[in-house]
Design a protein around this ligand. Structure first.
Ligand SMILES: Nc1ncnc2c1ncn2[C@@H]1O[C@H](COP(=O)(O)OP(=O)(O)OP(=O)(O)O)[C@@H](O)[C@H]1O
Ligand SMILES: [Mg+2]
Length: 228
């Protein structure tokens, strides 16, 4: 479980996350809200990339201020732009790199590689050059590179916002197939209708939290009214 307790995050005295408290344990959780509402900052806070100046974030009881290394093993992060996540020229090398230092046999590594390629529906790309992949293919490769670590929690920050409908569907289908707890910051409300929980953020705070239909409907009805 992820437990956020009275977390406040500031940048140069500007409050970006304001006293956020929440427990996250459902299978698929979406975070929605207008541009600048604090979704990416919340994702970074959960991942341990940033820590709150006040309050705490616990991943399975581990404080992100003190246990960065242990937490990194449990969490995988996928961002909007896969360009920043792909390093190697061949797809399978890029995916395998993530588990390079793990104590696994070659056979086990190969097994995991094929598993994530199938999960992301990209087995045909295994030997392709990463340079020539389309944006959608790159994002699926980036996701496979994270999934091969078998993280317990996978954080997605707008994983499909620059992709077409076919790739949006592929990405969200992949998310739904995972056994991990998945937290997805997104503007693609159409694809999160069957998520177990949706959290609505506004001005650095959680303003609604509940079942998908109820929160998405509220957002669509009111989203212009909470702009300053
Ligand atoms: N390191 C930083 N320094 C200064 N301001 C920041 C920093 N990080 C975030 N902010 C500000 O905090 C606010 C929330 O940003 P955040 O990226 O979390 O929003 P978001 O909900 O992810 O928006 P979007 O939907 O556009 O991705 C923004 O106004 C942003 O400019
Ligand atoms: Mg963002």
């Amino acid at each position: 479980m992820i437990k956020i307790e009275n977390a406040t995050y500031k940048q140069n005295d500007r409050i970006i996350l304001n006293n956020v408290s929440i427990n996250l344990f459902q299978k698929n959780i979406a975070i929605i809200g207008l541009n600048g509402s604090g979704k990416s900052t919340l994702i970074k806070l959960i991942s341990g990339l940033i820590v709150p100046q006040q309050g705490s974030v616990f991943i399975e009881g581990l404080d992100t201020k003190k246990n960065a290394k242990k937490i990194r093993k449990k969490i995988g992060c996928i961002f909007q732009n896969p360009e920043n996540q792909i390093v190697f020229p061949i797809v399978k090398d890029d995916i395998l790199f993530t588990i390079k230092n793990q104590d696994l046999t070659l056979h086990e590594k190969e097994k995991r590689l094929n598993k994530v390629l199938n999960l992301c529906e990209i087995p045909h790309l295994k030997d392709n050059n990463t340079y020539f992949l389309s944006g959608g293919e790159k994002q699926l490769v980036a996701i496979a590179s994270i999934l091969i670590k078998e993280p317990s929690y996978v954080l997605f920050d707008e994983p499909a916002s620059s992709l077409d409908l076919v790739y949006k569907k592929l990405i969200f289908n992949t998310i739904r197939k995972l056994n991990s707890i998945n937290i997805v910051a997104t503007h693609d409300t159409k694809f999160i209708e069957n998520f177990s929980r949706v959290i609505l953020m506004d001005k650095g705070a959680i303003i609604r939290d509940g079942n998908a239909k109820e929160i998405i409907d509220y957002y669509h009805l009111h989203n212009t009214s909470f702009i300053k």
